[in-house]
Design a protein around this ligand. Sequence first.
Ligand code: SAH
Ligand code: SF4
Length: 383
Amino acid sequence: MASLIPASAFAGPCNLLGKSPEELRAFLESLGEPAYRGAQIYHALYAERRFDFAGMTNLPAKLRERLAREAAIELPRVIRKHCSDDGTIRYVLGFDALAEDSAAKDSQKAAPSLAPATIETVFMPEENRQTICISTQAGCAVDCHFCLTATLGLIRNLTAGEIIGQVLIALDDNRAALRPQTNVVLMGQGEPLLNFEPVVASIRILLDPNGMTVSPKHVTLSTSGIVPGIERLAREKVRPKLAISLNASSNEQRNEIMPINRKYPLEALLDACRRYPLRPWEHLTFEYVLLGEFNDSIDDARRVVKLLANLRAKVNLIPWNPGDLPYSKPDPARIEAFRKILADKDVRAFVRYSRGQDVMAACGQLVLMEIGAASNLTQISQQ
Ligand code: SAH
Ligand code: SF4
């Protein structure tokens, strides 16, 4: 609704979050300042995580004051924070409406939506590391029938700043207890390869030794199998690891739960996977959501072994997390029998139970569940 979009969203200072070093240098030059100041701001933003110009003490005081007037660092707004019993934190984050020129250019829709957006980011602490699960779109157009995010449809693409901002917010909010290693998974709301340019721009910042210095071994992009996107990612110099949501053992079965399979059927998808240029240390991950009595039989497991022949791959078996959808959780004995068939045929397979289920932070549960929220949720008042 146009009346809900604040006028301020279309004017005002330039948001520096999500800009590359080159873009920051160009911005500083456009202000008549030396270009290297752009590199200093980039370092302050991503390596030091300083979000106000006053704290960027590597810049002259005059420039800091000028930037405070003429630029901005727009982090996501924390609308709500749900803390799970297992330590997982689900953030509900809000983004303003987009100005026309910052809307994702390669949106699948003819006219990119500029609407305000609410998305979710999940922080999962472990002993020696934290894993941050980020969203790449608000909602999702792909329409997998077992996934609650699909029920939202696509609300809009996120910008590079909105994607990287989720990592910054999660790290900053937990700064007192950060572990040495950070993992980032692009497995929240949205299909990353249908918002390609902003996703890749944010990954470049994440993996940049002068930026956030996260190792490419610790960043995973998960896709429902958008073949042209996989081929495009294969050509990128800076790449995360790749995970493919397989979720079925035949085209017939996959068509039923993932309509995208009609456009990119298993043959085309697995062909693109075989051509994908893996680095020496790398393997592909195949995610397989186990839907009780639907795709969890011994025969399914045998077909998966055949599909993955000649691929350097591992399989994550994810027991379906319930939502208000017509599927059921798989039986534990069937999960183990499935895993064993794969393992016996030398396909590395792991059962992954999603964390944060009590706060709807688990895979496929990322939609707003604000009304009637369970009593074990910690609510942080609106900022
Ligand atoms: N859109 C991308 C990434 C986000 S979904 C993709 O589909 O790969 C991340 C993972 O969650 C996918 O592997 C998806 O199959 C899985 N998933 C979706 N709904 C789920 C549910 N209800 N229970 C368990 N996993 C689910
Ligand atoms: Fe979108 Fe992934 Fe959910 Fe499918 S599983 S609807 S691609 S978020």
